[in-house]
Design a protein around this ligand. Sequence first.
Ligand code: SF4
Ligand code: SF4
Length: 140
Amino acid sequence: MEETHEKVGLEFPPEKTDKPIVTNLVKFNLTFNILKAYVSPGKTGYIILELAGTDANIKKGLDYLENEGIIVKIYTDSVIRYEEKCMHCGACTSVCPSGALTMNRDTWELEFNMDKCLLCGHCVRACPARAIKSFDDTIF
Ligand code: SF4
Ligand code: SF4
């Protein structure tokens, strides 16, 4: 069966942040890569993961997380670009660590490849025109 990838944001209630919940995703034949994590004992925690597995197993894993009281958000897009504000200056491409933001060498216009995005937020902070915003303000 074909493997797919999903970027998901998880919000943990304070009483769940010290539980080994994410590691249980391996029981659903999922692999995961933690892209970002803000976890402190006694506080609401946020983790952003890239999950890999079949669609069916990803659904089972996300159902498990929700049953554990975790708020799950699937990022079908990771940054919002306001194209009308973009000056195509390229500043964001120089801070993007993954090559998700590049300049088209023919048109000199900015291009975005969501599959490569690591949700690091560097581009949001680097843009002088405020033409990029995080998909979800809780993640950057
Ligand atoms: S830094 Fe902002 S204005 Fe410059 S290319 Fe990137 S999105 Fe466009
Ligand atoms: S969030 Fe990070 S990886 Fe994604 S486009 Fe912006 S700089 Fe690149």
